[in-house]
Design a protein around this ligand. Structure first.
Ligand code: HPA
Ligand code: ZN
Length: 315
């Protein structure tokens, strides 16, 4: 990692806590919880991290999350991520978590939230990292299941700044969750959504117009629609872009094809994020380094990207 990139103060606005589960911790938690794994060792698991699309990744990501059982597990997961933030000068983070990934396995909602919340408050106190937690609905599940999750969240309302939408994008447009998001907004949640990662620009329009989102997660396919680009630029709607994720999931064939700097130069409020760092080869710092190494990012572009991330905070 480059020292000058590391030294830039940054915010991370697109990070799935479950996606920060490093293979070493995954194996340690499996042992602690007496769970048999289909991989012989850490290296065998790491070598399974080769994906052709979002769904291939998600299948492994949900399988990995199965080792998370206790409040301590969720604490350890979150704390390990916060130590990475500290090492890379990420001074603020707005992580996602997917409650349904855990409640559907019989893990109580409060076990998940309490473990994460305790680590985040310790991180603020001991590491000086501020935060806002985002509850994300799984879009491959039904509207009704999302409503159940919103109900479960009510006793913990103060723990969250926003609701989000993730998982399999194609075939699950934002419109499917319009009523859930309406309800969430009526309860004071801000909203964000994954849109335009694999899905078409139409999904980004829907996320803006129907879900009334504050930020677009990914959004790289916005560039295919000139009218949408104009709106995003005019309204300065932030995009939480994840370069290493996009290349690992074949959204772009190669980092040299990535459009983040083109968007930046056109006046889009783009930010750099890691998405699922344990699976995609790096944290925010490695994402910045990849843009420098493969895309010719200049120092002034790096500073602008870092400043954008601080400006686009919701908390
Ligand atoms: N896209 C959609 N869902 C996700 C992702 C992603 O990149 N990471 C974790 N869940
Ligand atoms: Zn994501």
């Amino acid at each position: 990692m480059y020292e000058w990139l590391n030294a830039l103060p940054k915010a991370e606005l697109h990070l799935h806590l479950e996606g920060s589960l490093e293979p070493e911790l995954l194996f340690a938690l499996a042992e602690r919880n007496k769970i048999a794994l289909p991989w012989t060792d850490v290296e065998a698991l790491r070598s399974a991290y080769a994906f052709n699309n979002l769904q291939e990744f998600l299948d492994l990501y949900y399988q990995g999350a199965n080792v998370l059982r206790t409040e301590q597990d969720f604490y350890d997961l979150t704390w390990a991520y916060l130590l990475r933030c500290k090492a890379q000068n990420v001074i603020h983070t707005e992580p996602f978590f997917d409650p349904q990934t855990h409640t559907d396995r019989g893990i109580p909602f409060e076990v998940v939230v309490n473990g994460i919340q305790q680590a985040l408050t310790d991180g603020q106190e001991k590491l000086g990292i501020s935060y806002g937690l985002i509850l994300s609905f799984l879009r491959h599940l039904s509207e009704e299941q999302a409503f159940v999750t919103l109900d479960q969240a009510r006793p913990f309302r103060d723990a969250f700044i926003a609701v989000g939408l993730d998982s399999s994008e194609m075939g699950h447009p934002p419109s499917k969750f319009q009523r859930v998001f309406d309800k969430a907004r009526s309860e004071g949640y801000l909203t964000v959504a994954h849109a335009g990662e694999e899905g078409p620009p139409e999904y980004i329009w829907q996320a803006l117009d129907l879900l009334k989102i504050e930020r677009i997660d990914h959004g790289v396919r916005a560039i295919e629609d000139e009218r949408l680009m104009q709106r995003i630029i005019d309204e300065q709607i932030p995009l939480t872009v994840c370069p290493l994720s996009n290349t690992k999931l074949c959204v772009f064939d190669d980092m040299r094809q990535h459009n983040i700097l083109e968007m930046l130069e056109r006046g889009v409020k783009v930010t750099v994020n890691s998405d699922d760092p344990a699976y995609f080869g790096g944290y925010v710092g490695e994402n910045f380094a990849a843009l420098y190494d493969s895309l010719g990012m200049t120092e002034s572009q790096a500073r602008k990207l870092a400043q954008n991330s601080l400006d686009a905070r919701l908390a």
